[in-house]
Design a protein around this ligand. Structure first.
Ligand code: DLL
Length: 441
């Protein structure tokens, strides 16, 4: 195992480096980004007044809306001539949120992702099969550059064309596969349809992220492929994938690349910090980025942090798995539920395949939630394809009661035949708002 030196430093040394870099980042933002200069002046913060990491609390927050208001290049701290790459958010509507990278930024990011791949079990010389989409989305190129930086043989297959993915996996013999958990599961499903046993492939490690997923989903991916499945987190506004990565040894939280990012967890209503171990909104400040420094970026992602040393030997802060995004949280009569919690319970039901979609509907004046799931091929064969079978009725009742007792929410459960729920080639769409109103009901 190759450990980067920062990963085993004492907290004191990590924090000393972070403070040094935080001051430089604030200077850069203050001197080069009018948006930040104004915000810092309003708060009477000058970079020289930052004496300790706790002073971060005097800095302004940055939100996605700030990127939209300054579209496309208003928050960049360098001239266009100093950029070498632009990426954007994967949002499906409106203009993307745009971020930029200098050559140094790309070098740092590549190193960060190379470290992440090592944390997940990858080694130089092995083959990495990258199913993340190439394009404005940071997943494809982010993993690609990291993999090359590490010295892995990188297969830039991107998403889709699943039959081809499968034949290349069989022919090339990759050890590592990267992609959204939902898409890699779709690959396993196709393999099984083609009579190929995913456990017989050369794959040893999976690097999965870009969307919320559950422990149950991990178990399923690990069993289907006989691999270790580790969680990778990141977002374009902060850099892209690699902000944190879970180690294959402990699989107990994601190690933050603390030499490049400072993490905070806040209560999104009071904006005050929450204690370690408690869920809140994750907030990141970049510490080395040149083109697009971000101060206290509010991610909208819910998670917690833990400062205890990990059994893999790393001392860097670990993030919990992301529970979900604040704006994906469904609130029904005061009860909150995240799609990842639904997934967690649903995957325990043997007759149900690991694909689901929640529809938010309006019936008359009433808001309601419909949980669409599909049965496994095995169960479908057992009931001889008869969706009117009494067993389907019992299963609906069972899932509805399960959701009520575990997520405390009433849902109408609709069971469909195998392959009826749309598969994703990138981020899975778990919630569809079929009402004309915002998502919270
Ligand atoms: O999804 C970057 C990425 C690519 C991460 C590949 C991991 C692997 P964006 O498109 O900007 O960037 O979307 C960022 O995706 O705020 C989270 O809500 C969600 N997300 C990313 N990773 C995870 C994860 C990339 N491991 C948004 N678990 C973030 C849960 C995740 N959600």
């Amino acid at each position: 195992m190759i450990l980067h030196e920062i990963e085993t430093e004492s907290r004191e040394n990590i924090e000393r480096l972070q403070l040094e870099r935080l001051i430089k980042t604030v200077e850069r933002a203050y001197n080069s980004v009018p948006f930040y200069q104004k915000k810092l002046m309003e708060r009477n913060v000058i970079p020289e007044r930052i004496k300790g990491l706790e002073d971060i609390r005097n800095l302004p927050f940055t939100k996605k809306q700030d990127l939209r208001d300054n579209y496309p290049f208003g928050l960049f701290a360098v001239d266009l001539k100093d950029l070498v790459r632009i990426h954007g958010s994967s949002g499906t509507s409106g203009k993307p949120t745009v971020v930029g990278y200098t050559k140094n930024d790309i070098n740092n990011w590549s190193e960060i992702v190379a470290r992440a791949i090592v944390i997940a079990g990858g080694k130089p010389g092995e083959i990495l099969h990258n199913t993340y989409g190439y394009g404005l989305f940071t997943g494809g190129l982010g993993l690609h550059f990291g993999s090359e930086h590490l010295g892995m043989v990188t297969i830039p297959i991107s998403g889709g064309n699943t039959d081809r993915q499968i034949s290349l996996i069989e022919d090339f013999g990759p050890k590592v596969i990267c992609g959204t958990p939902s898409y890699v599961l779709t690959i396993a499903e196709h393999m099984e349809e083609m009579g190929i046993d995913p456990r017989k492939t050369s794959l040893k490690h999976g690097i999965f992220g870009a969307e919320p997923w559950s422990e149950e989903m991990r178990k399923m991916l690990e069993e289907k492929f006989e691999i270790t499945a580790c969680d990778i987190y990141g977002l374009s506004e902060v850099i892209g994938p690699g902000v944190s990565m879970e180690c294959y040894q402990a699989q107990d939280g994601l190690h933050v690349a603390e030499d490049h990012f400072l993490v905070e967890v806040i209560d999104s209503k009071t904006l005050e910090p929450v204690p370690d171990g408690q869920d809140g909104e994750l907030v990141f400040t970049s510490l080395t980025k040149e083109a697009f420094p971000v101060l206290r970026y509010r991610t909208g992602d819910i998670g917690s942090i833990n400062r205890e040393k990990c059994k893999c030997g790393r001392t860097t802060i670990r993030m919990s798995r992301i529970k979900g995004r604040i704006d994906d949280m469904i609130i029904v009569r005061g009860v909150n539920v995240f799609p990842s919690e639904i997934e967690h319970y649903l995957l325990k039901v043997n007759e149900i395949a690991p694909h689901f979609q929640v529809h938010l509907l309006k019936r008359g004046y009433l808001d309601c939630m419909e949980l669409n799931v599909e049965v496994t091929e095995t169960f479908y064969k057992e009931i001889k394809g008869d969706m009117g079978n009494e067993k389907i009725f019992q299963l609906e009742k069972f899932i509805s009661n399960l959701m009520k007792s575990s997520c405390l929410i009433s849902m109408d459960v609709k069971i469909h035949p195998p392959k009826s729920i749309q598969r994703s080639e990138g981020k899975a769409v778990r919630v569809v708002n079929k009402r004309s109103m915002p998502i919270n009901i």
